[in-house]
Design a protein around this ligand. Structure first.
Ligand code: SAM
Ligand code: SF4
Length: 330
């Protein structure tokens, strides 16, 4: 197949595909999933690994160089590490990373490392075990913490810690979370809560980056970290002298759409050009009807043609995103 780069109508070059491999999860974070079990996707609806690999191969032929495996919780899917290894072997793919809640990290670490994955994002919204249990609805702080420590011990880098800033829930410990970067070489990233999935149903006033920065004032003046080519959407800082970093992902208050280089593949084969819009192209149907690679590539090109210039969530009369975050992958 002749590679055609994925360039959208706003001249953004798309080189990063995030792949949700399951909508299932062993936690039920209050902003992501309802308390009760939601009807899970039919097993047959979810892409099989060979289907994900085929899509990723087509994507690599179109100039995708970076993949991130996410979920739901990717590590609850059987043989997820085999998939990581196979994705890492695809020609053209330079990096495969993982986003996980960390619960199964310690026990899967050997396989994750053997698969060639070095970059991991772990979600951690509280350092207080009881509060962690309220946020995730599961009492397993220790497992996640041990997973973070194990990832650091085994030399994973960067280890990023994703913290969703939750007004009235964890806003009193954001400095403690940021201060982890003083003790460990971790990148602690504060994420504004987006009105998507479960959070779209809650009448909360999200904690925005300017307010988060004010809450972090006791840590002193933060030094900006110079931007590098591989930077994602995070605005990066360091507490002077710290081995780690602090980042802010401000999807609402300072959206970074103008430099967004991402596409997302949902667990059931939807290709989404924007996390914050429900528009998606269906890859699963053509895939299961024997479409050649060229036809799948055409689906990618079509999705890219529909990538919006930006989202409208900051506008007062915006439409919420109906899809569940767990099926898209964050
Ligand atoms: N289960 C894995 C985890 O929690 O890291 C991967 C999937 S999760 C959907 C990916 C990321 O999305 C997590 O860091 C999570 O905190 C974040 N997330 C989920 N719902 C969110 C929301 N409404 N606003 C902002 N971030 C959200
Ligand atoms: Fe599960 Fe991640 Fe959603 Fe929490 S944020 S419920 S860990 S998918």
């Amino acid at each position: 197949m002749i590679p055609k780069p994925l360039i959208d109508p706003y001249q953004r070059h798309l080189s990063y595909l995030r792949i949700s491999i399951t909508d299932r999860c062993n936690l039920r974070c209050i902003y992501c999933m309802p308390r009760e079990m939601i009807p899970k996707l039919e097993h047959s609806a979810v892409l099989r690994y060979e289907e994900i690999l085929r899509i990723a191969r087509v994507a690599a032929g179109l100039g995708i160089t970076k993949l991130r495996v996410t979920g739901g919780e990717p590590l609850v899917r059987r043989d997820a590490c085999d998939l990581l290894a196979q994705l890492n072997r695809l020609p053209g793919i330079r990096e495969v990373s993982l986003t996980t809640n960390g619960v199964l990290l310690t026990e899967r670490l050997d396989d994750i490392l053997a698969a060639g994955v070095r970059r991991v994002n772990i979600s951690l919204d509280s350092l207080k075990p009881e509060r962690f249990a309220v946020i995730t609805r599961v009492n397993c702080f220790r497992k996640v913490w041990d997973g973070i420590m194990a990832a650091l011990d085994r030399g994973m880098a960067p280890v990023k810690i994703n913290v969703v800033a939750l007004r009235g829930v964890n806003d009193d410990e954001l400095t403690d979370l940021a201060a982890l970067s003083l003790r460990y070489p971790v990148h602690v990233r504060f994420i504004e809560q987006m009105p998507i999935g479960e959070a779209a149903l809650q009448p909360v006033r999200p904690l925005l980056t300017p307010e988060i920065k004010t809450l972090l004032a006791p840590l002193g003046q933060l030094e900006p970290v110079p931007a590098s080519a591989n930077d994602g959407p995070a605005e990066r800082y360091r507490i002077p002298g710290a081995p780690g970093e602090i980042g802010f992902i401000s999807a609402l208050s300072h959206h970074f759409c103008h430099r967004c280089n991402r596409l997302r593949l949902t667990a059931i084969g939807g290709l989404r050009p924007c996390l914050l819009s429900d528009y998606e192209e269906d890859l699963r149907t053509p895939l299961r009807h024997g479409a050649p690679d060229e036809a799948l590539a055409e689906v990618f090109l079509n999705a890219v043609r529909h990538k919006p210039a930006g989202h409208h969530l900051a506008e007062p009369r915006h439409k919420e995103v109906a899809s569940a975050m767990s099926g898209i992958g964050g």
